[in-house]
Design a protein around this ligand. Structure first.
Ligand SMILES: Cc1cc2nc3c(=O)[nH]c(=O)nc-3n(C[C@H](O)[C@H](O)[C@H](O)COP(=O)(O)OP(=O)(O)OC[C@H]3O[C@@H](n4cnc5c(N)ncnc54)[C@H](O)[C@@H]3O)c2cc1C
Ligand code: SF4
Length: 553
């Protein structure tokens, strides 16, 4: 059970230091941690210990590089700090000031960003899906959007390695995509809403699957199997969830990486000529310090990464670092998530188990009859009562007795939310506002609008998901709007005019400045992004090792 003392301790006082870091698997436990002095030029300073940063830190440390990984948020101990309490767990989210505008402003907060070692994966839903192979060559093979600089075939071994590292629990035969081996762990049993998805899919004659999830279906080391209490979006207090905190960060420390929690990086410094980066300015315990580094990797996710690059402008880089193309911050994309909900006569009890236990990727792989480019996956849902009350209040304007009556249907409700592709367009972007945060750093401003194609795609998704709900026995349908995930803003590519970094995440402008997170995405795809981010990080680590071996770092 969490106590406020423990919470404030993690929030206010760094835990990693004095040669040790929390052992997340042992109450009050510690593991030894290698430390570096600020003056020591480490091989890699990594900004952000989330899906991209912690994975890379772990792999680089294993390969013998010296690594310091900074995270602005706390080093949580899930067994002690996480309560089964939706309000208490809001502490996991990145809620620093940001401005969100444009024709369709994106809601920013717990729905798309986390703050702390492990990043957004500490409260993510654990859905672990691969991109449809053709999406990496979307322009060449499907005739729309843009090509990535790597192919599915190049990434496939890293997808498999990420699934193994996360012990993804999934079906023996996944119905979509190229033939592939079984998932490392057996699938989880279907909960009520997942069974309804299966029933609806069968009625409409489309395939469905038990969702591949990064929470274990059987014991794994010190992780016990999932107990299906459904608090996943509020942090998993048992460590069944295979987040970047318990998988990569824990292993990174064991492999020799140093993690600095509650350490906000405010600026990347360059040498006098502006040719190479020299380290990072960071604020920890109310003091600004400078860590020297031979390479800097930015892994703060799709808003904080461009923000840091833009905030690090110099006389040689007046528009921010890595930005000679003018593309830093542009092509921001997300996943549209218009939800559709229905009431069922039978009891569904949708809060039992992880929120998304069945998936339908039919419209990711079938292009017939579409009046739009792209696709969407959708999953069964399981919001907890507080979050659901918020949805009902906001979307339907219900309050007082009407809200109470609606909430009495909680156990009889089910619905679908898609992970729907959104076009990556230059005008959707992150730039800097004039306002500054508590650290004196200019805050990010996010501008976003859907394209006509995005709207047609969402219309299709709502129609199809609605039909499936009705086919499963749902009635009184209604809809909501939302988004999830953030991608793009520092896209990878083969050409320095049209991208910020190359296929390894190395910036075209400054050879020892790298990016390794969701901002690399060229297109959104239409599956949840974390497995692809981790696969890219695993690949980047191998590439960096190869470059170092050839003296090309
Ligand atoms: C509620 C929710 C559910 C989700 N469900 C899924 C899912 O089921 N499947 C899936 O694939 N994806 C899911 N995602 C998305 C997934 O978690 C993210 O896409 C992924 O974690 C992004 O990885 P990243 O490395 O880019 O950033 P993050 O994992 O967010 O890590 C970035 C880290 O950088 C730190 N940081 C940022 N700026 C600085 C700075 N200047 N100095 C120091 N530290 C900094 C932050 O504190 C943060 O810890 C979900 C996300 C949320 C919020
Ligand atoms: S349902 Fe499983 S993964 Fe989710 S919080 Fe509970 S134990 Fe963790």
């Amino acid at each position: 059970m969490a106590t406020s003392t423990m919470q404030s301790a993690a929030d206010r006082q760094p835990r990693a230091g004095r040669g040790q870091a929390p052992d997340v698997f042992v109450r009050g436990g510690w593991q030894p941690m290698r430390e570096h002095r600020d003056e020591e030029a480490v091989d890699f300073a990594i900004v952000g210990a989330g899906a991209g940063g912690a994975t890379l830190a772990c792999q680089l440390a294993k390969k013998g590089f010296s690594v310091v990984c900074f995270d602005a948020g706390p080093y949580w101990r899930p067994l002690e700090d996480f309560a089964s309490d939706e309000a208490e767990q809001q502490k996991l989210y990145w809620t620093d000031d940001r401005i969100s505008g444009g024709a369709d402003p994106i809601a920013l907060g717990g729905n798309n960003s986390g703050k702390g070692v492990g990043g957004s994966t500490v409260h993510f839903s654990m859905i672990s899906l691969r991109f449809r192979p053709e999406w990496f060559q979307s322009k060449s093979l499907l005739g729309y959007a843009a090509d990535w600089p790597i192919t599915y075939a190049e990434l496939e071994p890293y997808y498999a390695a990420a699934e193994k590292a996360l012990s993804v629990s999934g079906p023996v035969r996944y119905p979509w995509g190229p033939p592939r081996g079984a998932y490392p762990y057996r699938p989880h049993p279907l909960n009520g809403p997942a069974q309804l998805l299966a029933r609806g899919a069968q009625a409409l004659g489309v395939a469905w699957a038990s969702t591949p999830l990064a929470t274990v279906s059987a014991p794994r080391g010190k992780s016990p199997p999932c107990v299906y209490r459904g608090f996943c979006n509020f942090g998993c207090s048992t460590n069944a969830k295979q987040s970047a905190l318990v998988v990569w960060a824990h292993e990174a420390v064991r492999a020799g990486a140093e993690i600095r929690d509650l350490a906000m990086v405010g600026r990347i410094e360059t040498d006098r000529e502006g040719a190479r980066v020299t380290g990072v300015q960071y604020r920890r315990e109310s003091r600004w310090r400078f860590q020297r580094a031979k390479n800097v990797v930015v892994a703060g996710y799709a808003i904080e990464t461009p923000r840091l690059l833009l905030n690090s402008e110099t006389v040689h880089h007046r528009d921010g670092l890595a930005n000679s193309s003018g593309l830093v911050g542009t092509h921001l994309t997300t996943h549209a998530g218009p939800g559709i909900w229905a009431t069922f006569d039978e009891e569904v009890r949708w809060n039992k188990g992880p929120p998304n236990m069945a998936v339908c990727e039919h419209w990711n792989y079938c292009d017939e009859g579409k009046d739009f480019h792209g696709g969407y996956a959708f999953m069964s849902q399981g919001p907890l009562p507080r979050a659901w009350a918020q949805t009902v209040t906001t979307a339907r304007g219900l309050w007082g007795p009407a809200l109470r009556r609606a909430m009495l249907d909680y156990n009889h409700t089910a619905g679908y939310v898609p992970v729907a592709a959104v076009e990556a367009r230059p005008e959707n972007k992150v730039d800097l506002a004039d306002e500054v945060d508590a650290n004196g750093l200019r805050i990010p401003r996010v501008t976003f609008a859907y394209s006509d194609n995005d709207r047609r795609l969402q219309g299709h998704a709502l129609r199809f998901m609605g039909e499936m709900l009705k086919a499963a026995g749902g009635r009184d349908l209604w809809t909501t709007v939302d988004t999830s995930h953030l991608m793009g803003t520092c896209r990878m590519g083969t050409d320095r005019q049209t991208s910020v970094v190359d296929a390894d995440g190395r910036s075209w402008d400054i050879p020892n400045l790298w990016i390794c997170d969701g901002s690399l995405f060229v297109t959104s795809g239409a599956v949840n992004p974390s497995l692809t981010i981790q696969a890219l990080a695993l690949r980047a680590a191998d590439r960096i090792e190869g470059l170092a071996g050839r003296g090309e770092l």
